[in-house]
Write a protein that binds this ligand. Structure first.
Ligand code: ATP
Ligand code: MG
Ligand code: MG
Length: 550
């Protein structure tokens, strides 16, 4: 797969191969199945699979399922689907929970070596004893239990003799280390919870910091790539690989996580939006999840190009979400057929056009790609135009339709507004226009010029459709504000607009996920969830233009 950009991780790998430190490369993508993947995960997927591809290596998809409380098989399935959709295929599929026996053995090994102990302090006491950045921690009164006592207690923890939270196993490292992660981190806790994979076999579960290096080592992962928050955990990662006597010695490397404007990027927060009904599920087209982006109409090609462009650095930044939009426009420009859709219809009767007659006009499917061919569109006495394309009392420089003005109908004729029909409340409900047969599109007419070109749909054969236009789901506020406002308070109350309008009759066979460029409106995708055989729903992917500059 296309992956030309260099980055510091590739440089490290290249070096490791050249110096003979490794003769092959194994990476992994290790999601916790506690939610759906988001665009931030895409960056990690593209990085892990991408670097392995570049060096003929392998990549495992590993579910980091060591916390039974939050994990679910629904998430496992969605993650597999999303990785595949992005264009990647794992060499092996693993579950961290399959290693629970091995992890238990390694914990016993640490106890035997005097490097782990069972602690009876509760969570709050452990936090207190841990100290702070400026204050060293102090030893737990249980720190000096004998190996025999620890082995016995750990075994009884495993056998379910103790309640949740009454005991933990801790690594015995250094309570005065300047790195707080090394102040005797908890490595096992009691949780009487059924696990989606191991059922009720276990009532103790390993902590992430202990489990992760063991998982990597078991799989022979060479380069364990994670986000920057884990930088301070690297000494602990190395300590565990070393002291658990793992044969393989994986190494952790950190890169900056992706943050985007106008959204939140954390499964926990996204789950809150779903659970509290702010959106219609994880795949709501406003969500930054892979499934939401897919349903909205973003393409894997656009997401991959975007991730290549933002690159991989040792710092985290916030990327303008308009940059992602730029890449989807670039991708669809030559792929999407162009067509006309009226989102907010206003009826126009062309009074000098023969009643009952329909003619078929020719139009390019995509003028930038002649191979895409031509389509036929009907024209008759009654058409729809966009409500916004008419003003009774226009300002200066308004070149669309107004009483007495003439405009061009794309692919058809010039029409001139002769009369405005209103309802009892004074709302404009219909326009009466005349057309000029001489001005037919493609006829080479040069007699006079008009400044406005409008899109339209012939009324008798138009297919009704629903259009969903989107604004950002989360509103960014000034930095000061942001600390006081939770993300739920920043949810945009106007993030969706639903309109009922019309598309051309040649759209009758469109399929879910088909993408189009609607003339003057932008790119739209056929919604895969709401579209029924008699009800066509389009999601706006992006508008046509933006102020964003690469
Ligand atoms: P979240 O907080 O959204 O749940 P996470 O980091 O806890 O994210 P995991 O399922 O543990 O999610 O992540 C799997 C991999 O994806 C990890 O290696 C993680 O570093 C990476 N990842 C997660 N979020 C981002 C992001 N915003 N940018 C880049 N990589 C990310
Ligand atoms: Mg997580
Ligand atoms: Mg997280």
């Amino acid at each position: 797969m296309e992956n030309n950009a260099s980055n510091f991780i590739k440089t490290i790998i290249k070096d490791d191969l050249e110096t003979g430190k490794h003769d092959h490369i194994i990476t992994r993508f290790p999601p916790e199945p506690n939610g759906y993947l988001h665009i931030g995960h895409a960056k990690s997927i593209i990085l892990n699979f991408g670097v392995a591809d570049d060096f003929n290596g392998k990549t495992n998809l590993r579910f980091d399922d060591t916390n039974p409380l939050k994990e679910d098989i629904e998430y496992v399935n969605s993650i597999k689907e999303d990785v595949k959709w992005l264009g990647y295929d794992w060499d092996n599929l693993f579950f961290a929970s399959d290693y629970f026996d091995e992890m238990f053995k390694r914990a016993v090994l640490l106890i035997n070596k005097g490097l782990a102990y069972v602690d009876d302090l509760n969570a709050e006491q452990i936090r207190e004893y841990r100290g702070t950045l400026t204050e060293p921690g102090k030893d737990s009164p249980y720190r000096n239990r004998t190996v025999e006592e620890n082995l016995d207690l750990f075994d009884r923890m495993r056998n379910g003799e103790f309640e949740n939270g009454t005991k933990v196993l801790r690594a015995k490292i250094d309570m005065s280390s300047p790195n707080i992660n090394l102040r005797d981190p908890v490595i096992y806790r009691i949780s009487h919870t059924e696990h989606h994979n191991t059922g009720n076999k276990w009532c103790i579960y390993p902590m992430y910091a202990f489990a992760h290096p063991i998982e990597d080592a078991i799989e022979g992962v060479t380069h364990s790539i994670c986000t920057l928050e884990f930088e301070d955990q690297r000494p602990l990662y190395d300590w565990i690989v070393e002291n658990c006597e793992m044969d393989s010695k994986p190494q952790q490397y950190e890169f900056g996580r992706l943050n985007l404007t106008n959204t939140v990027m954390s499964k926990r927060k996204l789950k809150q939006l779903v659970d509290e009904g702010f959106v219609d599920g994880w795949d709501d087209p406003r969500m930054p999840t892979i499934s939401g982006l897919r349903r909205r109409g973003y393409t894997p090609e656009a997401i991959r190009a975007f991730c290549q462009e933002i690159g991989v650095a040792k710092t985290s930044g916030v990327v303008d979400s308009q940059m992602l939009d730029h890449f989807v426009r670039e991708d669809l420009k030559l792929k999407a057929p162009r067509t006309m859709a009226v989102l907010n219809p206003l009826k126009v009767v062309i009074t000098n056009y023969p009643e009952g007659e329909v003619e078929w006009l020719d139009a390019e499917v995509n003028p930038e790609v002649p191979e895409m061919g031509m389509r036929k569109i009907p024209f008759s006495r009654e058409i729809y135009i966009e409500q916004d394309d008419f003003m009774e009392n226009p300002p200066k420089k308004y070149f669309r339709l107004f009483p007495g003005n003439e405009v061009r109908l794309k692919h058809a004729y010039f029409i001139k507004c002769e009369e405005v029909i209103k309802d009892d409340n004074g709302n404009v409900i219909e326009l009466r226009c005349t057309y000029d047969i001489e001005t037919k599109s493609g006829s080479g007419f040069t007699g006079r010029k008009v400044k406005g070109t409008l899109h339209w749909v012939e009324a008798s054969q138009a297919i009704s459709a629903e259009f969903r236009n989107y604004q950002p789901l989360i509103l960014d506020t000034a930095a000061e504000d942001e600390e006081e406002k939770t993300f739920l308070e920043r949810v945009n109350p106007e993030s969706i607009e639903v309109l009922q309008g019309f598309v051309e009759p040649n759209m009758k066979d469109v399929q879910p996920q088909d993408k189009f460029q609607f003339f003057r409106h932008g790119y739209y995708n056929v919604d895969s969830k709401l579209t029924k055989s008699d009800h066509l729903v389009f999601n706006q992917i992006v508008g046509l233009k933006s102020s964003f500059k690469m």
